[in-house]
Every structure is written in structure tokens, then in C-alpha cells.
Ligand binder design. Structure first.
Ligand SMILES: [Zn+2]
Length: 201
């Protein structure tokens, strides 16, 4: 009986009960960069107001529908906890930081079924950290697809530490955006010109 009811619950909601769903990666990156304290301070935007939560909702309405009452404090806390994973200086540090977040959000894998279909899902025992659980799971799933943790990076520009996920074939991305890449190129160009000019004196 219990199984039957369980199957009905699953088919109604379209997913497994209590299943943590990974945050879409572009939402995750926007969250970290727009609400995280370090990216805002280094990027010089700390005194600007935070964007509206609706900017995240509009991009991924289906995901954010599960988080109707998300407030600014939760977004800031989640961003501040996730940014250090992107800023990790080694695979070991990345893994350690993710393990800490798994513990903090009490994420656990479990096997769940739908009819004869059995698969691994993740649950969180901390409803108050549901957003952190979704963000953490997004990074776990990204690493499952692509174990190279250097692809979870922060911008190499002097005035920016925004997070990015490097999806390029070569995996050599170093900047969060074309804007930062161009800024860094212009700076290098000016520095080289200055060096060659002063060398000619
Ligand atoms: Zn940048």
C-alpha cells in the first residue's frame, strides 16, 4: 500500500519526494557574483543595491518556483558559502570545501524508485539550507560530468573575482567575461608600451 501511494506522489509531482534538485549553473554563477560579498567588494559594487530576486526567477522560473520565499539574507549567505569553492587553489581544496557544504546542508544520497526505475537522488535534512543544498548539488553534478575542478574558477582580472564555469573545449578560460578579458588585455598592452617607451629613453 505504502509503495503504491509513494508511486502516486511521484507521478503527481513529476519527481522523487524530498529530492534536492541542482540549481541551474547560470543561476548559481549569477547568485555567487551578484550576492557574494567578496565579488562585490573586489568588483567595487559593494555599495550598490543587490539585484532583485526576480532577476534569478525570470531566468529559471521552474527551479526558483521551489523557493518562493527566498530572501536577500539567504541569497547572500548561500553566495558567500559557495564562492570559496570557485576560488579553491587546488582540487583538494575544492573537494574539502564541497565536503564542508555537504555536511552543512546535510546532503545525503539515497536510492529512490519510480515503478521499476531505481536511481540515486539526494536529500537534505536541513530545510533551512535548501538553497545551499541545491547549489552544492549543482557543483557535485558538474564535477561528475567534468572532474577537472580548475574549470570552476574565479576571474583573473585585477579588479574582479567573479565565478565562472569553464565549458570551453580547451579548458583554458581565465576570465569571467569578455569585458574582463579585454580589460586585462588593454592593461597588458599599456604596460608593455610603457616598458618599451621607457626602454627607448
Ligand atoms: Zn571578471
Amino acid at each position: 500500500m505504502g509503495v503504491k501511494r509513494y508511486v502516486e506522489v511521484v507521478s503527481m509531482s513529476g519527481r522523487f519526494p524530498g529530492e534536492v534538485r541542482p540549481m541551474p549553473l547560470h543561476s548559481l554563477v549569477d547568485l555567487v557574483n551578484d550576492w557574494g560579498e567578496v565579488p562585490r567588494v573586489i568588483g567595487g559594487t559593494a555599495d550598490r543595491p543587490y539585484p532583485s530576486v526576480d532577476s534569478l526567477r525570470e531566468r529559471d522560473p521552474e527551479f526558483w518556483a521551489d523557493f518562493p520565499g527566498t530572501d536577500e539574507a539567504t541569497l547572500i549567505e548561500t553566495a558567500n558559502l559557495i564562492h570559496p569553492v570557485f576560488a579553491a587553489e587546488s582540487g583538494m581544496q575544492c573537494a574539502q570545501r564541497l565536503n564542508d557544504l555537504v555536511a552543512l546542508s546535510q546532503l545525503q544520497p539515497a536510492l529512490s524508485s519510480r515503478d521499476w526505475s531505481v536511481r540515486e537522488v539526494w536529500h537534505s535534512a536541513r530545510p533551512d539550507r535548501a538553497l545551499l543544498a541545491s547549489a552544492t548539488l549543482a557543483l557535485i553534478e558538474q564535477l561528475r560530468d567534468e572532474p577537472d575542478a580548475s574549470r570552476l574558477g574565479t576571474c583573473a582580472c585585477d579588479t574582479c573575482v567573479d565565478a565562472y564555469v569553464d565549458m570551453s573545449p580547451g579548458g583554458r578560460r581565465a576570465y569571467c567575461s569578455v569585458t574582463c578579458q579585454n580589460r586585462a588585455r588593454a592593461r597588458t598592452y599599456r604596460a608593455n608600451r610603457k616598458a618599451s617607451t621607457s626602454g627607448a629613453d
